[in-house]
Design a protein around this ligand. Structure first.
Ligand SMILES: *[C@@H]1O[C@H](CO)[C@@H](O)[C@H](O)[C@H]1NC(C)=O
Ligand SMILES: *[C@@H]1O[C@H](CO)[C@@H](O)[C@H](O)[C@H]1NC(C)=O
Ligand SMILES: *[C@@H]1O[C@H](CO)[C@@H](O)[C@H](O)[C@H]1NC(C)=O
Ligand SMILES: *[C@@H]1O[C@H](CO)[C@@H](O)[C@H](O)[C@H]1NC(C)=O
Ligand SMILES: *[C@@H]1O[C@H](CO)[C@@H](O)[C@H](O)[C@H]1NC(C)=O
Length: 669
């Protein structure tokens, strides 16, 4: 708006000048003076436009943190909490395209990175990482997918391979490296949202998708299309428009220079394992209320959003595991980045490695100055008050440079930097199913839109039917079905309209026999694996913009207190202990066992307030659980006050329950 006013004022000035010229012929000298004045005006206005842009960014920066703001609205209701936020049906509109070999579904969303608000196209990105061998702009490589454990491959029959493969999934689900050391085969990958002001003059597709692309010819064309859809409220059917702002960033020498915002989703295979127990559910309580989900159900739903908390308690932190994760991801110099940040004549140091300079070409939030000085040697955070601002510097000429004069003594230095920003979106575990091919079906990796061999898979109307004539003839990038369907018990998993994989299809093996196959690409949550259950493989960990506002921070505290009122009753006003009545029963769950027989189940039981008091005072008590799968258990239970654990000492008179329930009990209320 301010920009338009400025432009109008500018045009006004021009018109009055022209008018003057027409009515009153000017001498060359007068003309020169006018031109000089006009140049000055253009310069001033240009600078004002830059100020306005800065003002908008500063305003957004202080409104919240770098993060996701909203997804497209599909639901609303009689109360505001029914409407979609950063969750529609699923967090950040994630969904499956398991029939694609390496495609991860994420819908459209509005994001904020360091005060720049933008709207993405439908994302559906691929498992790619920056180039390991060049610094070329946006050059990427396919991420290496884990091998199949030799213990699976060495089985003689396919049935035995399936049985053995399930044990690897069980080990991963239970995080039991004694059962099978799954860590070399279940590898975490961090995928991040990266944004930057680029100098790209032509419309640029910054990351590939097998399903979506920016549907415009030029940046101006895209801007026009997005203005139209925003003005009319209409929607591009294929969700291929994006709002990517541009800005005037320099008026040096009176010449306006423009930059174009762009973003991409980029991944990196981590060099270390992340135990799944580090993922803690973020309580999106509005969505929970709208769908009447308790925390346990929310945890297993696609709406779940997580944070990484390796401390097993709530506390203040500086450098965390998430920093270590993001510091493995390079900015636009790719993995060859080697940049020391010496702004203000001080070297930025690595916070977690004493005496080592920070490689500012990788994503980081925290840094430390080597020399004590005006700044001290305190630890600093990027941004003024943005918890989730990860920054990487780059030498990439296509990224907008920004400069300032730094004058330590008499002489000034011109400091110039180019930076990009990122936030974590999700952690994905790559599993051996991505590569496992027990029936040895052919795979044609070429693009099925253009390559005749890849097209042969669906030639002559082949649609995955179960006859020789209709079964897929081999597999390609978008018909990636090579997991024996019998690996899963059923296909009873939560579905989303955007999902594309069919439950099971017929595929011809190399002998021309029809085999029943399931999709082998990445999934949020696997279908039920016999005797093991379902397993989550995608953990969205994106920050939410408004969580970084003062309201967001207080609301997080309020949610924590309200949902766990009993735990926090000491924080409530005296006489306001509206929590658990003293004589109320206390409820527990005897955790799930995946042992088969008897199959996946858990039990519940309650303890009277008097018995609970005994427990807390160090006495053992005996309870009988609820009935599940035709049996109950008699437990002798105890409380470990130092760790705050409830656990059973004996189960039906034995040290362990015969069907493998874990010892630690879950206190439900
Ligand atoms: C881990 O697996 C081993 C070997 O199968 C088993 O003996 C052990 O009970 C398992 N540990 C837990 C905590 O389930
Ligand atoms: C800090 O560095 C040490 C040593 O390299 C490492 O063991 C530790 O995990 C790091 N801290 C975090 C939070 O990653
Ligand atoms: C990074 O650059 C410095 C010199 O600027 C050099 O000494 C160092 O070996 C480089 N590191 C790597 C990993 O290339
Ligand atoms: C399947 O594809 C292969 C390779 O293109 C071809 O040789 C074979 O004849 C096809 N099989 C059928 C039944 O069409
Ligand atoms: C609780 O059970 C444990 C193990 O059976 C036993 O050592 C302990 O003495 C018991 N404590 C009480 C107070 O009964």
């Amino acid at each position: 708006m301010l920009l338009f006013l400025a432009l109008f004022a500018f045009v006004d000035v021009l018109v009055s000048q022209v008018h003057d010229i027409n009515t009153d012929p000017l001498t060359q000298e007068e003309l020169n003076a006018k031109i000089a004045k006009l140049e000055c005006i253009v310069n001033t206005l240009g600078n004002q436009v830059m100020q306005n842009q800065l003002f908008v960014e500063e305003r957004v920066r202080s409104d919240g943190m770098s993060g996701v703001k909203k997804v497209r609205l599909y639901h609303e209701g009689t109360s505001p909490y029914f409407a979609d936020t950063h969750i529609a049906q699923s967090a950040i509109a994630i969904h499956d395209h398991a029939n694609y070999d390496r495609t991860l579904g994420i819908g459209e969303f509005i994001g904020v990175l360091n005060g720049v608000e933008f709207r993405t196209r439908h994302n559906d990105y691929k498992l790619k990482q920056p180039s390991t061998v060049t610094k070329n702009y946006h050059e990427t490589e396919d991420i290496f997918l884990p091998n199949v454990p030799p213990e699976v491959l060495h089985q003689y029959t396919i049935q035995d391979q399936i049985t053995e493969m399930r044990e690897w999934y069980r080990a991963f689900k239970e995080q039991n490296i004694t059962h099978r050391d799954y860590r070399p085969y279940f590898k975490p990958i961090i995928c991040a949202l990266e944004g930057a002001w680029t100098l790209s003059k032509d419309l640029e597709e910054s990351f590939p998708s097998d399903r979506h692309h920016l549907d415009a010819k030029t940046w101006a064309d895209m801007a026009e299309k997005i203005s139209y859809t925003s003005y009319t409220g209409s929607k591009h059917n294929l969700e291929n428009f994006a709002f990517l702002p541009s800005k005037l960033y320099s008026m040096e020498g009176g010449v306006p220079e423009y930059a174009q915002w762009n973003y991409r989703v980029i991944c990196h295979p981590l060099s270390f394992d992340i135990p799944t127990s580090f993922f803690k559910l973020e309580d999106d309580i509005g969505h929970r209320l709208a769908t009447e989900m308790d925390l346990k159900r929310a945890m297993n739903s696609r709406a779940a959003r997580f944070k990484i908390n390796e401390f097993n308690q709530e506390r203040q932190t500086i450098y965390t595991l998430l920093d270590r994760i993001m510091y493995e991801l390079p900015g636009l110099d790719n993995y060859l980045a080697n940049i020391t940040d010496t702004t203000y004549g001080l070297t930025a140091m690595d916070v977690n490695q004493t005496g080592k300079a920070l490689n500012a070409g990788f994503y980081h939030r925290w840094y430390q100055y080597s020399e004590a000085g005006a700044m001290g040697d305190s630890v600093n955070h990027r941004g003024f008050n943005d918890e989730t601002l990860w920054v990487a510097m780059t030498t990439q000429p296509n990224i907008m440079p920004l400069s300032m004069n730094y004058c330590p003594q008499e002489t000034c230095v011109r400091e110039t930097k180019r930076v990009t920003f990122a936030i974590p979106l999700e952690i994905i575990y790559a599993t051996p199913l991505l590569m496992w091919n027990p029936y040895n079906v052919a795979f044609y990796p070429e693009d099925p839109k253009t390559d005749p061999r890849a097209q042969g898979v669906t030639a002559n109307g082949r649609n995955g039917g179960f006859t020789r004539e209709t079964a897929y003839n081999g597999t390609n990038r978008e018909n990636y079905y090579r997991t024996p369907a019998s690996f899963y018990t059923s296909f009873d998993v939560e579905q989303d309209n955007a999902d594309t994989a069919k439950g099971s299809v017929g595929v011809l093996d190399k002998n021309g026999n029809v085999q029943q196959m399931a999709a082998s690409g990445p999934r949020i949550i696997t279908p039920e694996i016999e005797g093991v259950g379902t397993i989550r493989l995608r953990y969205p960990i994106f920050p939410v913009h408004t969580d970084g506002s003062t309201i967001g921070r207080d609301l997080a505290a309020l949610k924590e207190i309200v949902v766990r009122m009993y735990k926090y009753q000491h924080l409530l006003e005296q006489g306001q202990t509206v929590t658990q009545p003293v004589d109320a029963d206390v409820g527990f769950t005897l955790g799930e066992t995946y042992q088969n027989p008897p199959g996946l189940h858990a039990h519940e039981f309650t303890v009277s307030a008097a018995d609970h008091a005994l427990l807390l005072s160090g006495k053992n008590i005996t309870v009988v659980t609820s009935l599940a799968l035709g049996h109950t258990h008699e437990l002798k239970i105890d409380y470990d006050s130092s760790r705050g654990f409830y656990f059973y000492l004996s189960c039906d008179g034995m040290d362990n329950c015969w069907d493998g329930h874990p010892h630690r009990l879950i206190k439900e209320f």
